[in-house]
Design a protein around this ligand. Sequence first.
Ligand code: 9WN
Length: 442
Amino acid sequence: METLPALVSSPAVRTDLGAAARAVLEANWRGRHTVPSAHLYPHQWSWDSAFIAIGLARFDQHRAQLELATLFGAQWPDGRVPHIVFDPDTPADAYVPGPRFWASGAPVVPIRATSGIVQPPVHARAAWEVYRRAADRPAAADFLRRMYEPLCAWHDYLGTRRNLGGSGLAAIVHPWESGTDNSPAWDGAVQESCARGATVPSARADLRHVPAAQRPGDADYAAYLDLAARYRDRGYSDTGLLPEHGFAVEDPMFNGMLAWSEESLARIAAVIGANSRWHHDRAHALGAALAERLYDPALGMFVPRDVRTGRQIPVAGVAGLAALVSPGLPGPAVANTCTQLIGPRFLNGPGGARLLASLDRTSPDYDPQRYWRGPSWANTTWLVIHGLRRHGASAAAEALRSGLLETVRAEGFREYYNADTGAGAGTTDFSWTAALVLDLLA
Ligand code: 9WN
């Protein structure tokens, strides 16, 4: 492993790894969108598509634009971008919970069947990346002109209807909205739901698609489904959601990405001749709210906050590091978070592991192999690299970049990696891993 950093920076290896990454994206392309994984996730996922567009932008501008346009083609009238857009050509039971679960009780029938929850808002940043990398700048500027209003509507949805805590930060109303589905940060709320006796018929059957390593306990999974079903049965309305809804959380990664994307909207506005000032101010206001509400001085990093109780959830997870992408964060909070990042909790694991764990390695809940409870993921690593670069920590960013690239080179484009050994885990030929490797190789 020691010699690999040199290898990945040699042109021949860059080409091989890049060609292999492009082959994964080719294989997972479905004509107008890319599936995250042909085996496990056979539809279009929201934040996956944003990451995928960032990789596509490195070699196929048209396809990168189409990826985002297809996703936003399924945007709801209230501005939300659904977390899954179901592919009508894929059997309804190929992924559960599928279109029938999500649709019943919805007030509007969108053009495409979709879920009703959302995922982290990294889309405006993705649109900006597509423009930045574009060979055909006029076509890319047209694309930005078409995307601008839908992206504003998406951010407005999050800034108004999801402003459940009143600070301007967006609240997520289901663990799946965080993107870090089974993080221990959600255990408390999920266990409360279990205690309330959450039961959804056929929860067992719904576990079919979930690989054993990442499978929550039956009761936990029933609670996840129960939360989704409750939201669905109120027509996915966010009005009057509190206090009875069992989950409302301000997540640092979700809001960090929102602030980062808002900053991208300011750049997009400037390109197309719209007013960028408002976006710039909003991005910085989000950063200030993040610092004020989600920074935990005891842990020295950002954490989620439970809107129902008004209390922070003191779990040190990668989401609290990814918040570093936000503009407007105060220097001391940034410096402390960087210290946590490169210390024993996240980066420097046993045996000199150079992979960024998704959970504090010193936590009793840490499991290097179990989904969002320890393993290293390409997308959160990519976000943290951007956060580090933003704050001038280029040596740490480079350590993360080369650590991820050497792991992918050895293990392939896996869904995630054992944070201690680097062994690949989860599904294979995973799209966002391939896409973000392409971006990091360039
Ligand atoms: C539920 C598709 C998605 C990612 C999420 C990841 C996982 C789905 C699942 O897969 O979530 O949305 O079935 O577990 O946690 O981040 O977008 O890749």
